[in-house]
Design a protein. Structure first.
Lengths: 233, 220
């Protein structure tokens, strides 16, 4: 019977990785990143990736792993402040970078996944972001045309999946993941637990299984970037 | 005397109203959360997908799946909700957030803001700042009036790449409060910090601004 569950991150990426492809990756900082699929992508030896992701990980985790090994040629992100190696490669010209405002990035993924090739937004009008993009006035205000994103491969992290690929995310680890899932030709999900089809409450499913091609269960490390606490008085 | 960071935050908090939905930028604006009056409900939005952000967690409450836009571990207040990034920016870009309080590197006299990049020096990115200034109903900037070298940050034209044009409604610094007058396209000085004179403010400002008929002293 047709089954979307794979035994390991390496197996889950077999046959869907190729040089020069566009890969969209979920997560915000290190929260909700498909951490072991990223490791498997590195270990595949793929080259010249264009990576679309809100952030670039840190030097030794997340997409930072693929920067260390120079497997990423171009990044499309909104914020990369946590990654010194990124800054070094960009300043030296080794890495191509396109900054995209965070909300525009989310909407570009959503649009790409929804079959919408472009949309107008006020975000970035009159700034560097608008350069080279068509503009249009609506009710006296200037809007810029942004393009939907279609990726060759989407990598997401969810909390729970059933064997049909329905996904449930947890807390703020949801972030870009549902949008990333829709915009890839192939979507692979790394999850914390897999249940039988029918065992998830249909009302609680965030991403329906139609968007998800492969699932792999892992033990996530879930690193914390800024552990900030309140002292008990 | 110039205001300290906490006093600037306390003054900014006086712009909060009961029931408001508010986004606080990373850095100094996060201090505003410490000055929300106890009898007021203010919903803090964090653009990574949380509405109803609460305090930092106790050590045994820390959850790596629950962070704010500054990547700090946080908690939610009663009634908080989680959502994806597209929904988050529907709130922001769609004009559903009442107020954003942001920091800035430069503010120009016609209401422009630069706060995301120093060419050749600082390459971090704009994150959600461009969406916030484009879409939120009211945008307040809180910042020091001059930079670390003492140079004015409130200037005729931004020299750094813009985050947004004509989008700032109010400026709160360690020296003064200014309101942007949309008809006259100019900031109007309404309040001065205690013992700060208009002459001193003008000496530390290169932007043109107007002065309200009745100048108040900032009471924080």
């Amino acid at each position: 019977m047709f089954d979307k569950v794979y035994d390991s991150p390496d197996a889950a990426l077999e046959g869907v990785v190729k040089d020069d492809m566009i890969v969209a990756v979920g997560g915000f900082g290190l929260c909700g990143i498909p951490e072991l699929l990223i490791v498997a992508l590195r270990d595949s030896g793929v080259k010249n990736l264009t990576a679309v992701s809100n952030n670039a990980g840190v030097d030794d985790w997340g997409l930072g792993l693929l920067l260390q090994t120079r497997q990423i040629r171009k990044m499309l992100s909104s914020y990369v402040g946590e990654n010194a190696e990124f800054e070094r490669q960009f300043v030296s010209g080794e890495l191509e970078l396109e900054f995209c405002p965070q909300g525009t990035l989310a909407e570009r993924m959503r649009a790409g996944g929804a079959g919408i090739p472009g949309f107008y937004t006020k975000t970035g009008a009159g700034t560097l972001v608008a350069e080279g993009k068509p503009t249009m006035d609506f009710e006296g205000e200037s809007y810029i045309l942004e393009r939907g994103i279609r990726a060759d491969l989407s990598l997401v992290k969810a909390y729970a999946a059933d064997r049909s690929g329905n996904l449930i995310f947890r807390k703020t680890a949801r972030n870009f993941n549902p949008l990333v899932a829709t915009c890839g030709k192939v979507c692979v999900a790394e999850v914390e637990k897999i249940v039988d089809t029918g065992d998830l409450d249909p009302d609680q499913i965030h991403t329906p299984g139609i968007f998800v091609d492969r699932i792999v269960q892992t033990d996530s490390e879930k690193r914390i970037e800024q552990r900030t606490v309140t002292e008990r008085s | 005397m110039p205001l300290d960071r906490n006093s600037i935050a306390r003054r900014a908090a006086r712009e909060l109203r009961d029931g408001m939905y508010v986004n606080l930028g990373i850095g100094m604006p996060t201090l505003v959360a410490n000055h929300i009056p106890d009898d007021m409900t203010v919903w803090l939005q964090s653009e990574n997908g949380l509405l109803g952000m609460g305090r930092f967690p106790y050590d045994d409450e820390v959850d790596p799946d629950l962070i704010n836009a500054g990547k700090q571990t946080v908690t939610g207040v009663a009634g908080h909700s989680f959502f994806d990034s597209a929904t988050s920016f529907s709130m922001i870009r769609g004009g559903h957030i009442d107020l954003a309080i942001l920091g800035a590197m430069e503010i120009a006299q016609q209401g422009d803001i630069a706060n995301w990049m120093i060419p050749g020096k600082l390459v971090k990115g704009m994150g959600g700042a461009m969406d916030l200034v484009a879409g939120v109903k009211k945008v307040i900037v809180m910042m020091d009036h001059t930079n670390k070298k003492g140079d004015p940050k409130f200037i005729p034209e931004c020299t750094l790449p813009l985050t947004g044009k004509n989008c700032i409604d109010m400026l709160i610094t360690d020296l003064c409060v200014m309101q942007f007058d949309k008809d006259r396209k100019r900031f109007v000085l309404t309040e001065l910090a205690p013992d700060v004179t208009l002459e001193e403010l003008q000496a530390k400002t290169t932007a043109e601004f107007e002065v309200a008929g009745e100048l108040q002293t900032i009471t924080a």
